[in-house]
Design a protein around this ligand. Structure first.
Ligand SMILES: [Zn+2]
Length: 483
């Protein structure tokens, strides 16, 4: 433009005008840039109130702005303008991060870990300061503290933890055509097992009715008294109003040899992410993994519905030892794969615990603890403590085989079997009964569990009506009552 001016001196006047216009444009651009910066900062301040209501909208705005910025970069910019744009991008990125942080904290709080959720937000740090600089983070903390303060003992649904439900299952039937094929085990499966669709329907129903999974260890606490002695007392389970705590346990989980090719999982394995899942062997020997039993089904359900689990609780797995644990034959030291199996079982048990599952003993040999004598009980228990306890990191929970208690009393345990079991480290004793029943004594806890299986649903459906209507849950592929 200036060369043109030299060639045409008489056009000096319009050239001056053009320079003025250009100058004005530059000033306007600078003003616009400053305004944009102001708006961005303002939006950041205000988003505290909007963030939780319309996070996607804010994200969209951030994306649009990012696109705008890219277009501007194509034009020639002064270093100051470039810096201003970079700064805008940084601010937008941080807004996004804080929105995601609040969403993440809300998810943690849904699972009743309010302290963890608040800690998560308080851990925030940007170049401009910590969480206290951001109104939206402060507001989220206040909201979570209010929600926590509104929690009620047992959701206000029960006066005592002794009234809550504990339901139990055996390994689920994953392939009906194989389990109910009429062979000699088919009737037992029909009586004592639930199928995968039945279990899934039941979970959905319990969830819709406001039930929340708690762990057996949440139910009680061991309190040290003034004189130094200890006693068991009710635990402090704080839930949102109207929610109902309940416990799930699964017996055996051994994937016994008699169940081979009968439509059950073959063992619990870890997936690529190190999470527990089930392996099943097809007829040609190929192994497939998937949701073939309680563990992966509950895990997936809680992942989708974090409010279904109290502080990450899942359930109790009650293990025998005579055919190893979790599908690994850790009982046979002479086996070629013994070391491998022990290592694999340990790893799986570790992953299960990290995932919220707890373990109990179901005795080593699955014998009726009332019928066997004290010496037998000692041998059996010691074998469980030697072979199984080290694989799972021990347990103080004993789940009676066949649901049969070692004592007939409904008062206080006092016999030799009790004293032996107590000395062996067991404090929690679980039987079977048709409705909730629980004793919290000074030295031990005793609770019964309600079976959910074919027998319960087909023979005694009226006993389950407070939980669900068996006709809504029953698998149409299950045979009718055949015992
Ligand atoms: Zn059993």
């Amino acid at each position: 433009m200036s060369r043109q001016n030299q060639k045409n001196p008489d056009k000096a006047k319009p050239a001056k005008l053009i320079r003025l216009i250009v100058l004005e444009i530059i000033i306007l651009l600078a003003l616009f840039g400053a305004y944009r910066l102001y708006v961005t900062t303002k939006a950041d301040e205000q988003q505290g109130t909007k963030e939780n209501n319309s996070p996607t909208k804010n994200e969209d705005v951030a994306e649009e702005e990012a696109e705008d910025s890219q277009e501007e970069v194509v034009e020639e910019l002064t270093p100051e303008e470039e810096a201003a744009i970079k700064e805008q991008e940084r601010l937008q990125q941080e807004i996004k991060e804080r929105q995601e942080l609040v969403l993440q904290a809300d998810r943690v709080a849904l699972g009743y870990d309010y302290d963890g959720a608040i800690e998560l937000i308080k851990g925030y740090q940007s170049a401009d300061g910590d969480y206290q600089v951001y109104p939206n983070l402060l507001e989220a903390i206040t909201r979570l503290e209010e929600e926590k303060a509104a929690l009620l003992p047992l959701g206000g649904s029960y006066d005592s933890v002794t009234l809550i439900n504990h339901i139990f299952f055996h390994s689920l039937v994953a392939d009906n055509s194989k389990a109910f094929d009429g062979d000699r085990d088919a009737r037992g499966y029909n009586m004592y097992m639930a199928t995968v669709p039945e279990f899934e329907k039941l979970l959905q129903k319990m969830y819709e009715d406001g039930y929340v999974l708690v762990n057996i260890s949440d139910l009680t606490k061991k309190v040290t008294m003034e004189d130094g002695s200890t006693e068991y007392q009710e635990g402090d389970i704080m839930l949102r109003e109207g929610k109902k705590p309940f416990v799930i346990s699964v017996d055996d989980v051994s994937y016994y040899e008699y169940m081979d090719q009968d439509g059950f999982a073959s063992r619990i394995v870890l997936d690529e992410e190190g999470k527990p899942t089930c392996e099943m062997l097809l007829e040609d020997g190929t192994a497939v993994t998937g949701m073939y039993d309680v563990v992966p089904i509950v895990d997936a359900f809680v992942k989708e519905h974090p409010d279904f689990s109290y502080q990450g609780a899942k359930g109790l797995l009650a293990l025998t030892g005579y055919e190893g644990i979790l599908g690994y034959r850790t009982n046979d030291e002479t086996s070629d794969t013994y070391e491998e199996d022990v290592e694999a079982a340990k790893k799986v048990a570790e992953a299960l615990k990290a995932d919220g599952w707890e373990f109990g003993s179901h005795s080593w040999g699955h014998k009726n603890l009332q019928e066997i004598d004290l010496d037998f009980l000692k041998r059996d228990t010691n074998r469980w403590l030697k072979e199984v306890a080290p694989l799972i990191g021990g347990s103080d929970v004993l789940v009676f085989p066949f649901g049969v208690d070692f004592e007939t009393t409904i008062g206080t345990y006092s016999g030799d079997k009790y004293h032996f079991l107590k000395e062996s480290g067991f404090n929690v004793f679980l039987g079977v009964y048709s409705k909730p029943w629980m004793h919290i004594k000074k030295d031990y806890v005793r609770m019964t569990r309600r079976p959910i299986d074919g027998q319960a649903m087909l023979e005694f459906p009226e006993r389950l009506l407070d939980l669900f209507s068996p006709e809504d849950i029953l698998d149409p592929e299950r045979p009718s009552r055949n015992w």
